[in-house]
Design a protein around this ligand. Sequence first.
Ligand code: FES
Length: 628
Amino acid sequence: MSLYTVTFNPLGKKVKVNRGTTLIEAASEADISINNVCGGDGICGHCRMIVTEGKVSGRISEKLTPDEIKKGYVLACMSSVESDVVVLIPEETLVREKDEADEDIIRHKRAEDVFCKDKWQPFPLVQKIYLELEQPSLSNNTADHQRVCSAIKNRLSVTFSQAGLKIIKSLPDILRDNNYHITATVGIRGNIAEFMYVEGGNTADKNYLVVVDMGTTTVVAHLIDANKYKTIDAKACFNSQGIYGREVTGRLISAEKEGSSKLHKLLIDDINELIGKLVRDNKVHFKDITAVICAGNTVMGHFLLDLPIENIRRTPYIATSIEPPPLRAAEVGIKINPRGLLYSLPGISGWVGSDLTAGILATGLNEKSETSLLVDIGTNGEVIVGNSEWIMACSASAGPALEGASVECGVRAEKGAIERVYVKAGEICYDTIGKAPPIGVCGSGIIDLLSVLLNEGIINRSGKIVKKISKRVTTKEGIKRYYLVLESENRNKKPVYITEADIENIITAKAAIYAAMKILLQRLDLQFTDIKHFYIAGAFGNYLDMENAITIGLIPNIPRDRVIFAGNTSIKGATIAALSQDALNKIIEIERNTTYYDLMGADDYIHEFTKAMFLPHTDIEVFQTVEV
Ligand code: FES
């Protein structure tokens, strides 16, 4: 296959790629972050570049004006390299500092302490133990290996420990060179304590774990001091796999066509980048990071380990593994202590992953006698209902509209994104992140906007724009749009609007999630009113206006004090498991005891979904207190 050079200006970065590689993939290989709200689907129009030399192929996008096309503008996700190419990346296409330019990521950086020693028995999955061993003599002639293992067993009260050949071979020298004062790093692998690393002297005070939430949109990593049971820092970045689709389905299709190794590498690179930043900012050595504990949806879990993914997308949707054993992190390319372990937490099915088992643990849903519901609102909406006796789970594809994609002026929660919309003194007002001139609307703003438009009578319950407002409501190609910000009102000279097609995408997303909750409850013969704790997981929940979410029917009309915005329950649960073997065992128990209900087999799902395709719902009486 021909190799071509792509030069990215004004950065001057060059990369060699195969013919047919898209410009957005080439940019990713050159380590350039490109604005790709729709995940390379050619919908958002944010990945514009100007081809100044060379040839690319691809369809002409209606996102570009004839004038722009004449000037050489292309969509990077839709343009394949056909020769050596030189492109110019416009300022607005570049995501400059992947982890700093974006408010969404800054929000993830809040490190939270979640481990409660009163509740969970402290027992980190990897521990460092300082040993002052008795020196051998004619009356104490135990072999070096057995001498260390028996000391570990005594200290940790475990019955079985093992060690690799390399470690065993290193023992005679390390023991004698250090006067039998050594630090053993011991990892828990199931019922076995693995004596995985040994060094001279006492380094037991330096034992760090990294907990990772592998989100489809964002990857978050927390650095945990395993001795202090504390989160000491957190970093986040966009999931670089985004160039292969905002939703996991797009990435699965891409992996099926071209193999999963590219997606595996992108995820590992993201994790390594975050670990690198944690290490640098906290003056920690890589060798003192002894384990990485990962949670995420099952597809991410497969990309993490580069497991075959072909069967997840096809009925009967079988994962390769939902409970992989602990592995050496280096085996998948994660850079920590070379002997460090990787724990990929167990999930429930191909479509309900370890982010939810960790979430169940973090919320304590599995311990309460009252029934709770946990919903993770994202491109996939996962729903868990249960209590201390039983747990059921299901998952519905919601699409990315609630995250700002598939909405023309949708943006991620970055600087300038409209995050709040409200009515003040009869006027529709908005707030942007960082008080910057508006660049578009992010998830929380989209929900507010729909609610405000409904309450103001600008849209009807079907999401159609019904009120004529001079300048603010116009029609383009037969589709009406409402301008929240007119071009003349914006220092950016860009209008921000919502179209009826956008509104339909948002209603479709919220209907999918609502219908999933409704069907699962019906199968259990329950009503929303039977739910005593309604947990909303994910960083998204933290910025959601509850009343507006109820007004549009995204969440049910239940007593407000039952709604709990639970934050990133994936990372919270994974942190608890990292610091307590009991908690990890509990997650395994949750995984084994949760019944997965496949909505594909639910004939009435479409019926419930159709009923939810109104604002807030066809059955208005279930949303009685919502004024429309
Ligand atoms: Fe290319 Fe959206 S149009 S990433």
